[in-house]
Design a protein around this ligand. Structure first.
Ligand code: AMP
Length: 585
């Protein structure tokens, strides 16, 4: 097939913004194209060479394509560069330069789709010394056999600027129209959702029609599109929607990971299907240790943790682990993570997407032996809104975002790539952002672990309650201390040690060490939340909750100008909470 046929289709697609028209143009083209080449055509339509999850991407630098255009068209570099300044699009530059081309090839080689695709592939894959010159040469050669329209699209695709406006959903529409019927659109989309590979779906449809796509299943090392959740704002509403009973799980706040395990090898993919394997060697090792299966696809949330407090950290911390090529080892030590698994999509080669939720959970339990680094999500099957609400409070207290409710119906299959009410998220309703720092009294401490062995790992911090003359706990503080601070704290607190909880301290939490409340530290938190475990202003907002400071961090400032009773009061914290309360819809 000639590349011209594809370029003509692109010209027509470019001329419309109507999804319906695009579908018609594409469907007509798909019927005409050679089935064995439809896969390449489909990727190129999306401005790609491969499916999304393939790390090899197109993206030649502008200055390189301009050189190739100048050379192949004979237009001269200065002219081409000036044109680029004016047009800002190498595609248009190529089109104009080739309309006025001064140079033609005497014996042009036919520009077939296969030839164009293979050349683009070679360019995308070549790297290292001398590769720049080689890329320019290859592109010039291709362009010298191209018409101005072909040159336009080749220049766009190679620079990652295809943008025809044809979404993957439109391609699926067109495939259904071209090779089956509109009513079969669902089956075509399912094949895409479980394979994430539009080219594969197009090829199977063109070669074998509906039967072809129904043979596409979940497969190890080919990520599937993630199942998504709807949102609701109360447990009552959720339980009603779920038919009275459902599973509630902690909604962890981190990075979603889809782990593919096959014969001892582990690969990790993000929600957007990018491969993250090399960025999380600790998670890879954790999965190798804990998952017992020949092959499996499991899904979970990777959450940053403070190894000293055992608490989750703000999800931003995990972003230090993303997109790294160097320093992976250091990042791994500085930003440890834990993987909380919540689904099993494939087990020992068997596709479980059509199984109801509890069966998939059982499969997950049957292959995972949890440890410190890989665990299963906290889960409870509940029918009472009150119980769901207290589970929600526990989740918030444990540093989670809220709960995920999951349907237990027979129809609760894993719907790849779909957002629906089989999963419903229930996020923090009571949340108050902190703009100000607070001064908190140290009332207890926990023994350090790992790097903090021999020091305090975390401190139990409290506000001062004026009404009862007590110190009420608000958080466990483990962040923001450097080595010097840790050593200083041992020293500073040594005189304050008491054998058991000080009588002025009101705490539901058991600390390893207790202090008389004297030392005051300046702390910055991310937000104030409700907590059943902390005693600050207990019962003031909800009968069964106090206030907690989430994600506390020592600012580095010891408030030695203050004594214990001058710490921020519980009344002040309550006022801050109320002043900044945000209702998340
Ligand atoms: P959102 O990003 O707010 O739409 O919420 C959906 C995300 O919550 C998912 O993509 C997961 O990354 C994350 N998540 C955290 N915990 C769970 C869980 N137990 N089950 C499913 N998804 C979860």
């Amino acid at each position: 097939m000639l590349f011209r046929e594809l370029a003509d289709t692109y010209e027509r697609l470019e001329a419309t913004s109507s999804r319906l028209e695009m579908t018609e143009i594409l469907a007509e083209a798909f019927r005409r194209f050679d089935p064995s080449e439809i896969r390449m055509a489909t990727y190129l339509t999306q401005g790609q060479l491969y499916p999304d999850f393939n790390p090899i991407k197109l993206g030649m630098a502008d200055k390189m394509i301009l050189k190739a255009i100048a050379f192949a068209s004979g237009a001269g570099e200065a002219f081409v560069q000036e044109l680029m300044l004016k047009e800002g699009d190498p595609g248009l530059v190529a089109q104009i330069a080739f309309q006025n081309r001064k140079q033609t090839t005497l014996f042009p080689e036919p520009l077939t789709l296969t030839r164009a695709y293979r050349t683009l592939e070679t360019i995308a894959r070549s790297e290292g010394g001398g590769s720049q010159d080689m890329k320019i040469k290859l592109m010039s050669k291709l362009l010298s056999d191209a018409s101005s329209s072909e040159a336009k699209f080749l220049s766009r695709v190679i620079t990652g600027r295809m943008r025809l406006g044809v979404s993957s959903m439109t391609v699926l529409d067109a495939l259904a129209v071209a090779f089956a019927g509109k009513e079969d659109r669902g089956a075509v989309e399912r094949a895409f959702n479980v394979s994430s590979d539009l080219g594969l779906v197009a090829e199977m449809m063109a070669l074998h029609g509906l039967e072809g796509v129904s043979s596409i299943h979940v497969q190890v090392n080919r990520p599937l599109r993630a199942m998504l959740a709807e949102r609701m704002s109360s447990p009552e509403e959720i339980l009603e929607k779920m038919g009275g009973t459902c599973a509630f799980e902690y909604k962890y706040d981190g990075v979603r990971l889809q782990a593919h395990i096959c014969e001892g090898e582990v690969r990790l993919f993000s929600r957007k299907l990018d491969e993250l394997t090399s960025q999380f060697p600790d998670v890879v090792a954790g999965l190798k240790r804990t998952v017992r299966a020949e092959s499996a696809i499991v899904e979970g949330e990777c959450v940053p943790i403070d190894t000293n407090t055992g608490e989750f950290l703000p999800f931003q911390e995990v972003s230090h682990r993303r997109g790294r090529k160097h320093g992976v080892q250091e990042a791994m030590e500085d930003y440890p993570v834990k993987l909380c698994l919540f689904d099993c999509i494939l087990k020992d080669g068997e596709d479980l997407t059509d199984r109801p939720f509890l069966q998939r959970r059982e499969a997950l339990m049957s292959i995972v032996e949890p440890d410190d680094s890989v665990t299963l999500s906290e889960i409870r099957v509940l029918s009472s809104a009150d119980e769901a609400q207290s589970f929600f409070q526990e989740a918030i207290e444990d540093g989670c975002e809220g709960l995920m409710a999951k349907s237990l119906a027979d129809t609760s299959v894993y719907r790849a790539g779909n957002r629906g009410f089989l999963w419903i998220k229930y996020k923090k309703e009571y949340r108050s952002e902190m703009n100000d720092t607070v001064d908190l009294a140290v009332v207890g401490a926990f023994a350090g672990r790992g790097k903090r062995k021999g020091f305090y790992g975390a401190l139990l911090m409290a506000t001062y309650d004026v009404a009862t003359d007590t110190f009420q706990t608000v958080s466990k503080l483990g962040s923001g201390f450097d080595d010097a601070n840790l050593a200083a704290l041992l020293e500073m607190l040594s005189g304050d040690r008491v054998p058991e909880r000080h009588h002025l301290v009101d705490s539901k939490m058991e600390a390893d060490f207790w202090f008389q409340p004297r030392l005051v530290l300046e702390v910055r938190g991310a937000e104030i939340t409700l907590s059943p475990i902390h005693t600050c202003s207990f019962g003031s907002v909800r009968p069964d909750s106090g206030l907690a400071i989430r994600f506390p961090r020592f600012t580095g400032r010891f408030r030695d100008d203050k004594e214990g009773r001058e710490a921020t009061t519980s009344q002040e914290l309550l006022a801050m909470y109320q002043a900044q309360l945000k209702r998340v819809e």
